[in-house]
Design a protein around this ligand. Sequence first.
Ligand code: FAD
Length: 376
Amino acid sequence: MTKPRIGVIGVGSMGSMVLWQLAKAGVEAVGFEQFGIGHDRSAAGGESRMFRTAYMEGADYVPLLKASRKLWEELGEETGLELLTLCGGLMIGPRDHPRIANVIRSVREFAIDHEILEAEETMRRYPQHRLGEGEIAVLDREAGFMRPELAVFAAAERAETLGAVIHRHTEVEAIEETAAGVRVSAGGRSHEFDRVIVTAGPWTARFFPALEENLVPRKIVMTWYLSSEPARFASESFPVFGRVGGPIDIFGVPALEGTMTKIGSVDTFGDVPDPGALHRDVELAELRHINGEVERCMNGLRPDPARISVHMDGYTTDEHAVVGAVPGSERLFVMGGYSGHGFKLAPVMGEIGKDLVLTGSTAHGIDHLAPGRYLS
Ligand SMILES: Cc1cc2nc3c(=O)[nH]c(=O)nc-3n(C[C@H](O)[C@H](O)[C@H](O)COP(=O)(O)OP(=O)(O)OC[C@H]3O[C@@H](n4cnc5c(N)ncnc54)[C@H](O)[C@@H]3O)c2cc1C
């Protein structure tokens, strides 16, 4: 049996991993990326991403995260690059908060190496944090951070080394199913494939107008803060963290370049009507909430950001991604709408994408991501 020729639309977080997996399987795979590889104009920029296995978004994700972690390590070994660093993670919030309940369920059900810390004990071990009455922290020893730009670059380079072709700075204008396959129009040329997977992030609905209502690009702003004692925020003594139950939910990543600590808001900064025209300026007033939380919950950071960067992600109505065959088609697949929490899953999504385009199914549990929720 001859192996199919596969097209991958968008070589960002997911597309680069799908190409890596397809190339590893010896399949003829061609990727199209409208910008350069590892660019920061979509969902993959901003220096770091948190990796957590004790999952606030629900225990359904834990088997996927465990599989993803193995693949992060595999890609790191294949490329000789440190893509995932496990420095531990604190999930902080009121003991009875539903997201903290999800974390505790995840760590217990899936035997994740953890500790549950009362407020006093958390502040004794991690004096960078201030906790209130009734708040606890779950220390997830299998958490850490990833390097997003480097990871996309590593997966894409590895895919090319293994035989994949990537058309950089080449925008896909249209995808059309034909009697024999799928035609992709890109950069003024037409390309024929047996099957195509769309991994276009915030641009996904451009190719599936029926998704427009339920998959929307949203702006995300990252902020970094200075300290007079930056060493206190190094990864050896300051694990990544997520914090719920305050005026806004926040997260943080250690000072990776040795000077600034990233503390971000989980809330988005509104819908982006046209992802091609993302407005990358930020007004001081928009930072009021995040600065307020840095002042309220952290010790040792000046609550006025020294560095700001603006990105976006595709958000679905239920904040779970859309992954699978497009209903009614055996040739067209979609993988998008990761709703601000997809990066840690990227390698396992690469494997899932490869399984789907080659066999139509996957052994990984992805029923909660079925495209039929929104596409009929
Ligand atoms: C600032 C920020 C912080 C985040 N923090 C975390 C975190 O801590 N942990 C975590 O797990 N997740 C996090 N996320 C979420 C995660 O980064 C995203 O869910 C994930 O990167 C989405 O990947 P994607 O492949 O769908 O999109 P992208 O990585 O954006 O890839 C889509 C690609 O398709 C390309 N493309 C689109 N249209 C076309 C076209 N017509 N032709 C050619 N190319 C096209 C785009 O240029 C882009 O490169 C964060 C997201 C953001 C923005």
